[in-house]
Write a protein that binds this ligand. Sequence first.
Ligand SMILES: Cc1cc2nc3c(=O)[nH]c(=O)nc-3n(C[C@H](O)[C@H](O)[C@H](O)COP(=O)(O)O)c2cc1C
Length: 345
Amino acid sequence: MTSLAPVLAPSVEPLRLGGVVVDPPVLQAPMAGYTNYAYRQVVREFGGAGLLATEMIAARSAAWLETERGEHPDRLWGVRDEPRPLAVQMWDNDPDNLARVGRRLARDFQVSVVDLNFGCPVRQVTDKAHSGSWLLRDPARVAAIVRRVVEACGDTPVTAKIRLGCAETCQTGVEVAQRVEEAGAACLTVHGRVASQYFKGRADWEAIGQIKRSVSQMPVVGNGDITSAETAVARLRETGVDGVMIAREALAKPWIFSQVAAILRGEAAPPDPSLDEQRELVLHHYDLVCRRFGIERGTMLMRKFACAYAQGIAGARAFRSAVSRTLSREEFLAVVADRFPRDPR
Ligand SMILES: Cc1cc2nc3c(=O)[nH]c(=O)nc-3n(C[C@H](O)[C@H](O)[C@H](O)COP(=O)(O)O)c2cc1C
């Protein structure tokens, strides 16, 4: 008997973060303001992401830890009860604060992975709080933070996310990676830009590959400008990274992970949902958001997700402008029904 050869021979190993198996090694990126429980639930329903991540939480203003449930009102929405594996990301520059919150996340919330943000380029976090990507100028401090948090989190793997450096003139990625490995991190994710670029220019996958080659055991996940399932697979195969992480494209296409996973299994990628199915998805996502935040806040919050879903679709501009003005459930439903692009019949 002959068996049909798969479309592409599967050659990609799962990613192992301590005892946590990330299979496939395709990760949903943390995105502040976006990757809340409702969004993660949508990603989870399509399947294919090996690890999901929350938005980043600030360890320094963790007064919520002292409340009865010890739960951040918004940013830990769902975390206690939702399926694993799940990573929670936090930021600060104080090893003790981060260790305190990390221990709590590991012990009380039983999260799968505690992730440390050393990549955020936003001034509120860098210039004002000397955290996020600001810390890339101080590899010793990054290492001290990782070491403290690793000690505090016990068996729960601790990972870090960086950019290539703070600026073109401060490309510390290799040194940071080596120190992060020595300090006991289970994995490092690298966004292939320096912080001063924000999102300008192209992600430098050559530099990501160089960081991968500079460490000995620690897995490295590459991130930046993955705009299709095929690109994700090509990056995985060609750059030597142990996993890939997708952010912005997965806001427009939360089903992209299922497409990557299919290709990695040697199958054809499932097609994008039809526009009618995408319209249903917007309404499903809206319901998840409103269940938590109520109609008024839910409608405001959902506008940006609806805009993201319409990205790249003909008629998106008119839809965006209309949906961005909706205030009530009726208005939101009407705009989605009337203006979200329809499949041509
Ligand atoms: C709206 C938005 C919010 C983000 N928030 C975070 C965050 O909270 N933590 C983090 O590590 N990265 C954050 N990022 C960066 C992404 O995780 C990712 O590194 C970056 O967008 C590059 O990947 P992409 O080209 O696939 O979008 C954010 C990006 C965007 C667009």
